[in-house]
Write a protein of this length. Sequence first.
Length: 231
Amino acid sequence: MATILVVDDELGIRALLSEILTDEGHSVELAENAAQARAVRERVRPDLVLLDIWMPDVDGVTLLKEWGSAALLTMPVIMMSGHGTIDTAVEATKVGAIAFLEKPITLQKLLRAVEQALAKPASRAAAPTAQPMMRVESSLTVESVMTGGAMLPVAPLVLGPQPEQLFELDRPLREARDAFEKSYFEFHLAKENGSMTRVAEKTGLERTHLYRKLKQLGVDLSRNKRGAGGN
């Protein structure tokens, strides 16, 4: 099987991931900071690295950039964070990460990400290609952006039942993210006939958080409530 380096400053996370991956037949190396990660990477040349973003000495994205600039990204890297955002996911994938796992990491997502990463060639940092417009499937979700799907800073221009939506990339990332999230929630509200309960379940958000998020994004709930029966 594979040799996997787990880099995380939390002892509990390192122990848990090590136990799971060892049970799957992998050989696991552990590091609690960037300095140890550099040493382990040089010593064993891992097949895969699970790299935490927030660490006490050097953050994970900076370490990833360091490896990329030194031509040391000879292995795929999966980023991990308990405070992840689409901004961070996009930045990490631009400099070489192939996936982004949000803590707490479920067993299913961990094993799926590891399997997919080991099946791919080593990730390498590269400058993004200039591309003013891009088409993506309307089923793209925030979760897929965070966990290794199409990790792109996209913003919807067209909303509707079409199988594809047109996204404009030539705009500030925060605006693109907010526009994408608004389109995402409007899509699910329409799909669930305005049922906040079903949308909360579908998106994995608590209802109070969902209401607050929709209000922040300026989503018009009145048109969905008319046909939702008060759900």
